[in-house]
Design a protein around this ligand. Structure first.
Ligand code: HEC
Length: 119
């Protein structure tokens, strides 16, 4: 009985383990490198540079996520999972100094304005 209880606790603890901010950003960076940067980071890329000012035109993190999911990769929106779009959005905001949260980005905490970092 005691053993079963300990095992159950272990399983629950593992299942409840939260994703960390660095883990999400690392996944986002990898997905961005695979699916986005060919157009957005190369000299001859067809997409604009995703500078903080460009990202901020989407107004909130939630809207930036929605744009990415619905429109990107160009002409191939929704190619990735929602989780991957959250990861990529979190990565883009972090590298721009606009992450603004100390927990992973998801639909429950993304309704915040994208304001340019002050230096
Ligand atoms: C095949 C090339 C291509 C790929 C791959 C691509 N994009 Fe784009 N992206 C574009 C183009 C072209 C535009 C401009 C679209 C427009 O103005 O309608 C754009 C626009 C954007 C914008 C809006 C920029 C602005 O000026 O407001 C964001 C944000 C963005 N892309 C993010 C991404 C993300 C995230 C990915 C990967 C999931 C991605 N893109 C993959 C070509 C690409």
């Amino acid at each position: 009985m005691q053993r079963g209880g300990a095992l159950l606790l272990l399983i629950l603890a593992t299942a409840c383990q939260r994703d960390t901010v660095p883990e999400q950003q690392a996944r986002g960076a990898a997905a961005y490198a695979a699916y986005c940067q060919a157009c957005h980071e190369q000299e001859d890329g067809i997409g604009p540079r995703l500078t903080p000012a460009v990202l901020a035109t989407r107004m909130t993190a939630e809207r930036l996520f929605a744009y990415n999911r619905d429109k990107m990769p160009y002409n191939a929106g929704k190619l990735l999972t929602d989780e991957q779009y959250w990861d990529i959005t979190a990565y883009l905001l972090a590298r721009s100094g606009m992450a603004g949260r100390d927990e992973p980005l998801w639909e429950g905490n993304a309704d915040f304005p994208l304001s340019l970092p002050t230096q």
